[in-house]
Design a protein around this ligand. Structure first.
Ligand SMILES: Cc1cc2nc3c(=O)[nH]c(=O)nc-3n(C[C@H](O)[C@H](O)[C@H](O)COP(=O)(O)OP(=O)(O)OC[C@H]3O[C@@H](n4cnc5c(N)ncnc54)[C@H](O)[C@@H]3O)c2cc1C
Length: 394
């Protein structure tokens, strides 16, 4: 196994770093405490499209760059070391483009994919609702047939890119136990979107969507009626690897900043890095960050091989998102009181990391997926659910 970056990947990451420093950071400076405006979000996506961010997963025949997931992940990790808020914006948008690529009709592909490929469109994926989080099957948003189209009614909650997306993919109930995805276009369909303020990753839009008799023609249906769940679950797998990528980038940034501070700050006549208990914290942070990196790279490599990758993506997501919280928290400890002020970046790393244990399957849901893959027994509904399914057998 080769643990070094290929020279092409190394050069791509280096040129992205230079672009972030020269073009992206000046644009977002002072704008990371609330959601980017639609204009700024579009400016960012257009600059970063040249590097395959926001369009890298899309194959070339869909207008994208068709990057290997490993390469794309390394680019996103670099972005996450600097501005993870933008990584959130872009990976969610790419996920929406991939749903259109995988399941959209030729008309939808022709209309939307070239624009995603050119970095001109922002997408979002709306599944969660006020009463349906971890259990997607509880969702209540309904799509009912009406002539040549569908009428959508319901509310989506905690949706990334809610107020900046041009194109929404919406999972709706089309039967008792049937779910279908629809594309809703902000320029054409009527719905409401509202921003929800949150703890971290604040440049990344996050909000609610309300559909009241929103009418979409059948041409906006993505995939067959009632067959959406496998596409949605496949998308979650990739998204889990991406949350792990972003978490690893944040942990790397927290470690970098803690090492810098520990070598510069003097107490008891020496840099604090010369005190063994400070070094112990740095060593623990480095081990957890490296473990996150290795699990994440393994998940990305599994995605590149194709087929289902539940085990490596859920392991990476559960571990890396929790590890980033611990690493960022220790980075604050190493900084002492300065660490909890806004003068140093580590409080931001901590707030950003804390966002990531929840989306795309909470830590607990990902642990349950790992447990199911290890044992063959799904424990999502606890022992009661298992006994019901197996007719009382223990
Ligand atoms: C930053 C961020 C971005 C997001 N982006 C999107 C998006 O773009 N699109 C979208 O659709 N959604 C998005 N979400 C929503 C996210 O997918 C849900 O928050 C998540 O699935 C959990 O649902 P919930 O918040 O309703 O928690 P719940 O499902 O109510 O869970 C609450 C708690 O109970 C635990 N729990 C639930 N069931 C079990 C079980 N069977 N066993 C053990 N523990 C359990 C959970 O782990 C959690 O700790 C985002 C959330 C965040 C924080």
């Amino acid at each position: 196994m080769d643990f070094e970056l290929s020279s092409e990947d190394g050069m791509a990451v280096e040129s992205l770093r230079r672009c972030i420093e020269s073009q992206v950071l000046p644009l977002v400076s002072g704008k990371l405490d609330s959601a980017f405006s639609p204009d700024l979000a579009h400016q960012l996506i257009s600059i970063l499209a040249d590097f395959g961010l926001g369009n890298g997963w899309l194959p070339e025949d869909g207008g994208g760059l068709g990057l290997p997931y490993v390469t794309s992940g390394l680019l996103y990790m670099e972005l996450s070391r600097q501005v993870p808020d933008i990584a959130g914006l872009l990976y969610v948008s790419e996920g929406a483009a991939m749903k259109i690529y995988n399941q959209g009709s030729p008309a939808l592909k022709e209309r939307y994919l070239p624009l995603f490929g050119a970095g001109k469109l922002i997408g979002c994926g709306s599944v969660t609702e006020p009463g349906a989080g971890s259990n997607v099957r509880q969702l209540r948003t309904r799509a009912e047939r009406d002539g040549k189209g569908w009428r959508l009614n319901g509310e989506k909650m905690f949706i990334s890119n809610a107020t900046v997306a041009d194109v929404l993919t919406v999972l709706a109930r089309t039967g008792d136990n049937e779910f279908t995805i629809f594309l809703v276009d902000r320029s054409e369909h009527k719905f409401e979107s509202r921003e929800i303020s949150k703890l971290g990753m604040n440049g990344w839009s996050f909000g609610s969507l309300v559909f009241t008799d929103t009418y979409v023609d059948d041409v906006f249906r993505i995939g067959e009626v009632g067959e959406a769940l496998s596409e949605v679950m496949g998308g979650f797998e990739r998204a889990r690897a991406w949350v792990a990528v972003i978490a690893t980038g944040i942990a790397q940034a927290a470690l970098r900043d803690a090492i810098k501070y520990a070598t510069e700050r003097d107490q008891f006549g020496a840099p604090i890095a010369a005190h063994q208990l400070v070094q112990e914290q740095l060593a623990d942070m480095a081990c957890e960050t490296e473990a996150s990196y290795l699990l994440t790279m393994k998940a990305l490599a599994a995605l590149d091989r194709g087929g289902r990758a539940d085990l490596p993506t859920s392991m990476a997501k559960a571990y890396a998102s929790e590890a980033a919280v611990r690493v960022a928290s220790r980075a604050i400890q190493v900084h002492g009181a300065y660490g909890v002020t806004r003068e140093f970046p580590v409080e931001r790393h901590f707030r950003n990391a804390r966002m990531l244990t929840i989306p795309d399957g909470t830590t607990q849901i990902n642990q349950l997926i790992v447990g199911r893959e290890l044992t063959g027994i799904p424990a999502f509904m606890g022992a009661g659910g298992y006994r019901n399914r197996t007719g009382g057998r223990k």
